[in-house]
Write a protein that binds this ligand. Structure first.
Ligand SMILES: Cc1cc2nc3c(=O)[nH]c(=O)nc-3n(C[C@H](O)[C@H](O)[C@H](O)COP(=O)(O)O)c2cc1C
Length: 349
């Protein structure tokens, strides 16, 4: 019902309303689901379903979102300096396709404001990650990434380097090995040296639009860099020919149902290449328990939602969790961790 009401509002107004409501959610009792509990790069999660980056860009609602029942919330993308983003309208509902196109352009309050909010968080309330990026006009992207990482690392449980948003010109070029390798090496070094005994897990969020050679090179670079894992994937700049909404011509990143197949195929290929050497977070087009489970069987240890919540409403989270328990029964598996990568053939097999 909530999703239906919010859909009567223009997309960004609906988003602001949803954030306002989410931020006010008090702690709620949740039925423990021991079969769904898992470890993600050393972080203990009560279940695998998190909220994807871009919903709580400024860390204003993560407490309420954890209270609501998400296992983890990824705030951001956060940039060094505050940034207004692209002119509106910049968020479009492709209703016929159960999809969104966004070209927000990293609108956010900047790292100082976000860090001040995260500094007040109760770390026991749940897992919070920070997704970091660069300002559109950054003169020194590596320095920006380092500063944002150093400010946020002590305040969060994991970090995600975002080099895959389609809405910051040139950002995706950082997926090329010759730029990515030094970037990741420097970020990783800062994490090992600056946060003392605790090393905050570091993930890289990638685009679903790489060509096969680019994909292979990126995975090799991530493995060499010794990061913890990948978030697969961001939105796509592709426009599948089956899209029906007239809004499909809008520039920006496409998310939701049409992204499910390509992002899951990418996940499976990467899982096949990396075995268990990288932890994978699956995101893209999840709007049901079946699709959540497919991501896990394709190699994801955890998953994230965004567009599915807009179309299915907040009840999607509980439906996924109930459905995952049923799917484990169907497949005669005791724990969700036993399902990770079941659909992935080993390179030899
Ligand atoms: C309005 C909107 C804003 C987004 N902003 C960000 C962002 O700031 N950083 C990021 O890494 N991903 C961002 N994303 C991408 C999502 O985190 C996710 O990767 C993508 O939408 C695919 O998942 P979905 O199909 O479940 O929405 C955004 C997505 C949407 C729809």
């Amino acid at each position: 019902m909530l999703a239906g009401l919010l859909r009567l509002l223009p997309p960004e107004t609906a988003h602001r309303a949803a954030l306002f409501i989410a931020g006010a959610i008090p702690p709620l009792p949740h039925r423990p689901r021991p079969r769904l509990a898992l470890s993600l790069a050393g972080l203990r999660l009560p279940h695998p379903v998190g909220l994807a980056a871009g919903f709580d860009k400024n860390a204003v609602a993560f407490s309420g979102l954890l209270n609501f029942g998400f296992a983890f919330v990824e705030v951001g993308t956060v940039t060094l300096r505050p940034q207004a983003g692209n002119p509106q309208p910049r968020l479009f509902r492709l209703l016929e396709d159960r999809a969104l196109i966004n070209r927000m352009g990293f609108n956010n309050d900047g790292v100082e404001a976000v860090a001040a909010r995260l500094a007040r968080r109760d770390p026991k309330a749940g897992v919070v990650g920070a997704n970091i990026g660069i300002n559109r006009d950054s003169p020194d992207p590596i320095a920006d990434f380092i500063t944002v990482l150093e400010k946020l690392a002590p305040l969060v449980d994991y970090l995600v380097v975002n080099v895959s948003s389609p809405n910051t010109p040139g950002l995706r070029d950082w997926q090329r090995p010759e730029r990515l390798a030094p970037l990741l090496a420097q970020l990783r070094d800062r994490l090992t040296t600056r946060t003392g005994g605790r090393r905050t897990p570091l993930f890289l969020k990638i685009a679903p639009d790489l060509d096969p050679a680019g994909e292979e090179a990126l995975v090799a670079t991530a493995l060499d860099a010794g990061i913890d894992g990948l978030v697969v994937s961001n939105t796509t700049i592709a426009r599948p020919s089956h899209l029906r909404s007239p809004l499909r011509v809008e520039p920006g990143g496409l998310s939701g149902a049409p992204l499910f197949a390509p992002s899951t195929e990418l996940l499976r290929r990467i899982a096949r290449r990396t075995g268990k050497r990288l932890v994978l977070i699956g995101v893209g087009g999840i709007d049901s328990a079946e699709r959540a489970y497919a991501k896990i069987r394709a190699g994801a240890s955890a998953i994230q939602l965004y567009t599915g919540l807009i179309y299915e409403g907040p009840g999607l989270l509980a439906r996924i969790l109930d459905g995952l328990e049923r799917l484990l029964d169907r497949d005669r598996l005791e724990r969700l961790e036993d399902a990770i990568g079941l659909d992935v053939q080993s390179p030899g097999g």
